[in-house]
Design a protein around this ligand. Structure first.
Ligand SMILES: C[S@@+](CC[C@H](N)C(=O)[O-])C[C@H]1O[C@@H](n2cnc3c(N)ncnc32)[C@H](O)[C@@H]1O
Length: 492
């Protein structure tokens, strides 16, 4: 987590509504701060710059599909891809699982706009800051791509990405950052594993086996998969028995389901994203906390292609035997898309939501509402947001919480401001936000359901002029001219 200092009230965002075409994300993905590395030719590796006339011209240079290049990874780009450059031309090449400092042979797989993607063929020199990844799936799993990079190096990479955004999107200069303390240092999380309160696993008709493990025998009767996607593939599922991201109680539930769901007697079939046949689509596990006992509370959400509760009854009995499981839900999604949000939602056991506390408030979380996924660090983040907001505390101020989800950030301000207005597109999240206000005895918060992509000049007429605006998106390019003196907090 990187702190943007409280003096920094220009806006900064990575995700923008389509109504601001001049600020589309492609403009933000800027690589210009990165230095180029030498790229050395290698035995069977094709010449790097095979068109001498294009030398030093990244626009005219383009490697061929299938071409192999020797590359050095310079840094990590958005989503953890390794960013490499071709010598002389400065042409940008992205590679999954290439880590800073790593020298490797890459094969060009895809050409994309003004860069190409490569897959790693062979590592020549290992990356700096290499560590042993504790999870056995780390080399292949789409869930964690940089587990073998030291946490310190991960933090540096993240900070660099944020700095890049502050400069290129926020329009601050390097000098601003260095001399005026615009950006605070990144705030590490004290826990690096088992911190995620929500994981979503997918069911599939066959286990995806990475090339390296193909020699191992795989019994076809056990070939149904439940796990995480192979990086970049919606239809390849790596079977996962235990995940280092989620909590221990959630891992116990996952193991119990893995132990039985393939039993032919249960008649359960995984959904096939190609044929669109099959029943089980996703398994979502959420962990919260009983606010009185402080014990973990787990929600198990089966996402299925149809509503057939009898088919699920064995699994429901199995998971509800765990004392931590307080809710078993069934989201029924009949569409062919890969989403886990159901058109209908049923409670199969216990309650329909779990609880969690943040900044002394209690929050109810339902299956599909957004809640910060790292509860521990959310506490730290919200404290930082409060500090940045410089609330007067005299109950005079108006807070506008855009993209408010279940209202958690706005509600933590409610005690010390006049009124909080929250805007959010998901109706269930708005319902949760209103309920969250109620269970915390907060009466000065109003939550409105609406699509912020569709707001117009009249938007500001729906609430008093805000003193503080919280937003992770750029709706504010719209509001800033209207309210030039607001304090604007962006979470990006
Ligand atoms: C990353 S979550 C943040 C939620 C909340 N602010 C928090 O920190 O807990 C982003 C939220 O924006 C909402 N959202 C996305 N696009 C939206 C839109 N066009 N209009 C309104 N809300 C939107 C999502 O439903 C989601 O709840």
């Amino acid at each position: 987590m990187v702190g943007i200092s409280s003096q920094c009230f220009r806006y900064l965002t990575t995700t923008l509504p389509p109504r601001f075409p001049s600020f589309q994300p492609s403009r933000f993905l800027t690589l210009s701060t990165l230095s180029s590395h030498n790229l050395v030719e290698f035995e069977n590796v094709e010449p790097i710059n095979n068109n001498p006339t294009s030398s030093k011209n990244p626009i005219s240079y383009f490697p061929k599909r299938g071409q192999t290049l020797e590359l050095v990874c310079e840094s990590l780009a958005f989503k953890g891809k390794g960013l490499c450059k071709v010598t002389d031309t400065g042409f940008v090449v992205m590679c999954d699982r290439a880590l800073p400092g790593e020298r490797f042979i890459g094969r060009v797989t895809r050409k994309k706009g003004n860069y190409a993607e490569v897959t790693k063929v062979k590592t020549l020199t290992p990356p700096f800051d290499l560590v042993d990844a504790p999870c056995e799936y780390a080399p292949y799993c789409g869930g964690c791509k940089t587990q073998n990079l030291s946490y310190e190096a991960q933090l540096r990479a993240k900070e660099e990405q944020v700095r890049d955004l502050v400069i290129h999107v926020g329009k601050f200069s390097h000098q601003d950052l260095e001399l005026h303390g615009i950006m605070n240092p990144i705030v590490p999380c004290d826990i690096q594993f088992h911190y995620r309160n929500k994981m979503e696993f997918s069911f599939g008709p066959s286990k995806w086996v990475p090339k390296e493990l193909l020699h191992e025998k795989h019994d076809s009767t056990e070939n149904y998969a439940l796990g995480l996607h192979a990086p970049g593939f919606f239809d390849k599922i790596l079977n996962v028995e235990k995940c280092f991201l989620q909590t221990d109680p959630a891992n116990k539930v996952l193991a119990a389901i893995q132990n039985c769901w393939r039993d032919p007697q249960l008649g359960l079939s995984p959904y096939d994203v190609h044929s669109h046949l099959g029943f089980l689509k996703h398994l979502m596990l959420r962990t919260g906390r009983d606010v009185t006992t402080n014990h973990p509370e787990v929600m198990v959400n089966f996402v299925t292609s149809s509503y057939e509760p009898k088919l699920l009854s064995f699994l429901v009995d199995k998971v509800s035997a765990f004392p931590e499981v307080v809710s078993v839900m069934n989201n029924v999604n009949t569409s062919v898309g890969n989403t886990s949000v159901g058109e209908q939602e049923y409670t199969l056991y216990g309650k329909s939501s779990i609880t969690e506390t943040l900044r002394g408030l209690t929050f109810q979380i339902s299956a599909n509402s957004f809640f910060q996924t790292n509860t521990y660090q959310a506490e730290v983040l919200y404290k930082l947001i409060e500090e940045c907001a410089r609330i007067k505390g005299d109950g005079s101020e108006i807070v506008l919480d855009l993209f408010c989800g279940t209202g958690t950030i706005g509600l933590t301000f409610a005690r010390s401001v006049r009124h909080v207005y929250g805007y959010e597109v998901v109706p269930q999240a708005i319902a949760d936000a209103r309920l969250n206000a109620k269970i915390n005895g907060i009466q000065n918060a109003t939550f409105v359901q609406g699509d912020l992509n569709k707001i117009d000049e009249n938007f500001g007429k729906n609430f008093p002029k805000p003193d503080i605006v919280i937003s992770g998106f750029a709706a504010l390019s719209f509001l800033i001219p209207t309210y030039p003196f607001i304090r604007f907090i962006s979470r990006n």
